[in-house]
Every structure is written in structure tokens, then in C-alpha cells.
Ligand binder design. Structure first.
Ligand code: B12
Ligand code: SF4
Length: 490
């Protein structure tokens, strides 16, 4: 069989907001502005497929990195002539996903089309009903997808494979609640799930080695992304990370994967874990392993302040940690408590100071448009805290309300949003869908103004501009910063 794994074009990603006065305005930042990242899920599936069923011919097409639009897609797919196409998805990218699937179906009517990725995890029942697909995989595909391939090859029934569903087979689960604490969603059929991450073949990067991936806050064009753990047991009220059970890989397995990346010429590793620093001991063990092996590269991760110790930062820095991205979210203890962040502003201040003194760059992720921000003054007070802790980079997002989160349920209960909008979109993805926000006190137009104001207050401080110019180490960093500044001035 000829099997294509596809990251489809991203031309119609659902937007944060559509300004009625200016419908073509995409707001301050587009996804593309954050950089371009390897489709790690597909690389895992590819590796698993090549290991389990090496007799098949496998291909990967990353339309985003290769800048393939819908106009060029079919020419590329026709060169491959697939019998089976596995397509990855985000919910916000479902219009693009369906357009791509329809075009493939028209040209290759006999090919089996399987939908995987984040969307079927969030909306399994709606996804399974989409006429564009023959099957969907809900959850992690490394075991389920090769099993599907084997079943398709022999003509066997594949609906008994855990996590693999068709429109007909999923209906039996409708109305049943999933009582499995490893998963966030309750309205979900049993998903495909990998308990032992060390048993997985590492992502197959050979197929993307000719492509450049970069992050807006990165230091090079040779960026590899990696997962050292999956899932997050915390319960922030705005977050829909689907796996609640924390599973981690051994430090040896992670370090071996890093060795392979360095051998391929990668210079930088971005950890995509939901929660890399679940304990300080975990960070120390990993850092010690890297230091012991003497690897020279830079790495960064996304973490929480409440599990950071000074010692863990010292060890991380010694092992090449360049940057940590902290989800700070808001600037008051009461706000942090309401979001169930389980930390205090004092902890945030201390950790940001430690990082600065040790030379570890920080990103502070903030949100505005939170339920407890009743006025522009409240938002500005939270942003004052952001200026106060003085991170190296700041991201200010407007809270988006995603299904399966507490804030979404609360907004729906209070009539602030119409919760069925998402399910309607999932049943029939459209190009003009936009996300829901908490607009009880501040409208989206107010929040966009405040977001722009917050970025200007942060990035256009003379002291900040001077410090960041001094810290610029490469042409890549310089041009990326310049592009950001141009956007803020516009
Ligand atoms: C890195 C990341 C990004 C990066 C890069 C994305 C990329 N190239 O992969 C960037 C910064 C661009 C990004 C942006 C956004 N992201 Co994001 N992101 C992530 C993050 C942290 C890691 C993704 C990852 O690589 N995981 C590791 C791999 C191994 O897992 P995986 O991708 O899930 O793949 C597995 C399965 O899904 C499945 N699978 C995947 N593809 C396929 C295909 C087939 C055929 C099969 C069978 C199976 C399969 O098998 C894989 C292996 O187990 C996740 C959180 C998370 N932990 O997953 C959020 C996450 C994916 N992001 C999310 C969101 C909401 C967004 C944004 C909308 C945020 C925003 N408001 O702007 C944007 C939209 C992006 C877009 N398309 O426009 C949500 C998605 C929810 C949803 N229902 O779609 C997640 C789950 C976080 C969350 N819970 O809120 N994101
Ligand atoms: S926001 Fe981060 S820490 Fe909170 S539940 Fe989501 S992944 Fe976990």
C-alpha cells in the first residue's frame, strides 16, 4: 500500500475574532507569526508505521512547512498516488482539513481517508460523521494506525481496534460517559492510548530533514521539537489538554533522541510537553544526564513556577537550557486562585528573578479577557504585573473558551456563549468560524485594543529595546525581532 500522512494547508484557520468593520483583519498575530513547527504527531505515526509494517511505502507531506496551498495540493498528492491518507487536524483547522480531504476523494475515490489528531479527540462523534472520511482515530495513533493499515490490507474489520471508529461504529458509544480519569473529556468513546512512551519508536525526522523549522523566540533555523512526557494532571479552568495522566519517558531515551537530532544537524530542541517540570527532580535528572554526556545544544521548555527550585534552574542552565516559557496568566493572587493555577504572585516573582540572575531567558504567557477582569483598569493592573516581573518575552492572549473546560461550561451556563456553536462547526466546518471569548464586561474590540496596548507597553520600552538588541546573538534573532516590532508599530 502507498500511505500518505498529510499535514494539510492552513489557509482558512478559524480566527480569534472577525471584526465586522474590517473582516479581512487577522488581528495582531497569525499562527505563522509564531514560527513553523514540525508535525510531531505525524512523525511519531510514521516511525511506528515503518517499524510495524515496513512492507508499505510511506510518505509525509507537510503543506505548512513546504508552503503548499490548496491550489498545489493535488499535484503533490498525485505524484504519490496514495491508497491510504492519514490527515492530522486541529479543530480550528477543520475547514482546511475537509477541503483537502474532498479534493483527494475526488481524484482518488478508492483511497481510504482517515482523520487523526486533535480534532477527533475533542469532537469524536461529530468527526466520525464527516462524510469526507472513512475512519477516524480518537487519541494516540502509534499503535492504532498500523493496526488499521494491517486490517485494511487483509480486508478485515477494523472497528474493533481501540480508538478507531466509523460513523456507524461510534454510534454505540453515544450517550455513554467515559469514566476513565486518564482523560479530560467524558463525552468520548474509548480512545487509543499509549501507556509506555519508552516503547515507542522515536519520531522519524528523516522525511523533514530538508525543511527549516523555526520559532519566533528561537535561536536558529535548525529547530527540533520533542516530547519528554505526555499529559498534565493539573486542573486550570481554561485548559483542555485531553490527557490527565502524566506519562514520562526515561532520561536515557530522551537523551538518545537528542543525540540523534544533533547528528542530523539540529542545534536547538523545543520541548512541547504540557508540563515538562512536573517535579524539580525530573529537571535535575534530565540536566545531569545531558551534562554527563557533554552534549552542546540549547533547549527550552514550557513549565509551571510552583515546581521550580533554584537548584533545578542551576542544573538546567549548566546543561544548556536557554529559555523557559511560564504560563503566568494573570497578575493577582486572587486571579491565580480562580484560574486554579496553584501558585502565588510571589512564587512567580522569585522564579523570574532566579532565571534572570542565572541567564535563563523567560517567556511569560498572560491572558486577558478573564472573567474577573471587569474593566480596562483591571486588565491594565494585570499587565502592570507583567512589566514588573520583566520577562524576556511576553505573550498576551485573549482568553478563548474551548469546550471541555470549566470556563466554557460556566460561560454557557450564564448565557454568555452559545455552546452548540462548536458542535455545529464540528459537524459542518466553515471558513468564517471564530472563537468564543468572555465578553461579559469587555467586548472583543476592547480586548483587542488592550492587547495591542499591552504589547506596546511591554515591547516598546526603551530599556527593553536596548536590552534585547544587546542580547541578539544571530541574524535569525535580529530579523525575527524586527518583524515583531514592525507589527507593533503598524
Ligand atoms: C506545539 C503545539 C502547537 C504549536 C505547533 C503545532 C504543530 N506543528 O504541531 C503552535 C504554536 C503552532 C500551536 C498553535 C495552536 N494550538 Co497548539 N499545541 C501544541 C502542543 C503543545 C503540542 C502538539 C504536539 O506536538 N504534541 C505531541 C504529539 C506527539 O502529539 P499529537 O500532536 O497529539 O499527535 C498524536 C495524536 O493526536 C495522534 N495524531 C496526530 N495526527 C494524527 C494523524 C493521524 C492520521 C492519526 C491516525 C493520528 C494522529 O497521534 C499522535 C501520536 O500519538 C499541543 C498540546 C499537546 N500536548 O498535544 C497544543 C494543542 C494541539 N494546541 C491547541 C490549540 C487550541 C492551538 C491554537 C488554536 C492556539 C491558539 N489559540 O492560537 C493554535 C492553532 C494552530 C493552527 N493550526 O492554526 C490545542 C488543540 C485543541 C483542538 N481541539 O484542536 C492543543 C491540544 C492544546 C490544548 N489542549 O489547548 N500549537
Ligand atoms: S494550563 Fe498547563 S498546567 Fe494548566 S492544566 Fe493545562 S497544561 Fe496543565
Amino acid at each position: 500500500m502507498r500511505i500518505l500522512l498529510l499535514n494539510p494547508p492552513a489557509e482558512y484557520t478559524a480566527r480569534e475574532y472577525v471584526d465586522p468593520a474590517n473582516p479581512s483583519d487577522h488581528g495582531l498575530l497569525d499562527t505563522e507569526d509564531f514560527g513553523r513547527f514540525p508535525p510531531l504527531g505525524l512523525l511519531y505515526i510514521l516511525a511506528a508505521l515503518r517499524k510495524a509494517t515496513p512492507e508499505h511505502e510511506t510518505f509525509l507531506l507537510d503543506c505548512i512547512a513546504e508552503k503548499v496551498g490548496h491550489g498545489e495540493l493535488m499535484q503533490r498528492v498525485a505524484e504519490i498516488g496514495p491508497d491510504l491518507v492519514g490527515i492530522t487536524s486541529f479543530t480550528v483547522s477543520m475547514y482546511d482539513v475537509c477541503l483537502a480531504a474532498r479534493a483527494i476523494r475526488q481524484r482518488f475515490p478508492a483511497a481510504h481517508l482517515c482523520l487523526g489528531g486533535h480534532h477527533p479527540i475533542a469532537f469524536p462523534y461529530e468527526a466520525a460523521e464527516l462524510p469526507e472520511f472513512d475512519s477516524i482515530i480518537v487519541g494516540e495513533g502509534e499503535e492504532a494506525f498500523p493496526e488499521l493499515v494491517t486490517a485494511l490490507t487483509s480486508g478485515a474489520d477494523f472497528t474493533g481496534i481501540r480508538g478507531v471508529y466509523t460513523a456507524a461504529s461510534i454510534r454505540g458509544y453515544q450517550g455513554q460517559l467515559l469514566t476513565d480519569d486518564r482523560f479530560l473529556a467524558r463525552r468520548m468513546p474509548p480512545p487509543a492510548y499509549v501507556e509506555n512512551l519508552d516503547a515507542l519508536a522515536p519520531p522519524d525526522r528523516s522525511v523533514i530533514s530538508h525543511l527549516d523549522y523555526r520559532s519566533i523566540v528561537g535561536a536558529s533555523d535548525r529547530l527540533a521539537t520533542m516530547i519528554s512526557s505526555r499529559g498534565c494532571p493539573c486542573s486550570c479552568t481554561f485548559c483542555d489538554v485531553p490527557y490527565k495522566k502524566y506519562r514520562q519517558r526515561s532520561t536515557v531515551a530522551i537523551a538518545d533522541e537528542i543525540r540523534a537530532c544533533l547528528d542530523m544537524g539540529y542545534k536547538e530542541v523545543h520541548f512541547y510537553d504540557d508540563l515538562f517540570n512536573i517535579t524539580p527532580e525530573r529537571v535535575i535528572a534530565f540536566s545531569d544526564e545531558i551534562t554527563r554526556r557533554g552534549y552542546r545544544f540549547t533547549w527550552d521548555f514550557r513549565g509551571r513556577v510552583n515546581t521550580v527550585t533554584h537548584d533545578s534552574l542551576v542544573k538546567a542552565k549548566a546543561a544548556g537550557c536557554r529559555m523557559i516559557s511560564f504560563g503566568v496568566e494573570t497578575g493577582s493572587d486572587d486571579g491565580l486562585m480562580q484560574l486554579r493555577k496553584n501558585c502565588t504572585t510571589e512564587q512567580v516573582r522569585t522564579v523570574f528573578k532566579w532565571c534572570r540572575s542565572l541567564g535563563i531567558l523567560t517567556i511569560a504567557d498572560f491572558m486577558i479577557g478573564l472573567p474577573f477582569e471587569k474593566s480596562a483598569a483591571d486588565v491594565r493592573r494585570n499587565i502592570d504585573f507583567m512589566l514588573d516581573i520583566d520577562p524576556d518575552y511576553a505573550q498576551v492572549s485573549i482568553l478563548s473558551l474551548f469546550p471541555n473546560t470549566e470556563l466554557f461550561a460556566e460561560a454557557a451556563r450564564r448565557g454568555l456563549i452559545r455552546s452548540e456553536r462548536w458542535a455545529e462547526f464540528a459537524r459542518a466546518p466553515r471558513a468564517d468560524f471564530y472563537l468564543d471569548h468572555w465578553e461579559e464586561s469587555l467586548s472583543m474590540a476592547d480586548l483587542l485594543r488592550l492587547q495591542r496596548e499591552s504589547y506596546r507597553r511591554f515591547y516598546l520600552r526603551p530599556r527593553y529595546v536596548w536590552r534585547s538588541l544587546l542580547a541578539t546573538c544571530s541574524w535569525h534573532e535580529f530579523t525575527t525581532k524586527l518583524q515583531g516590532a514592525v507589527k507593533l508599530f503598524r
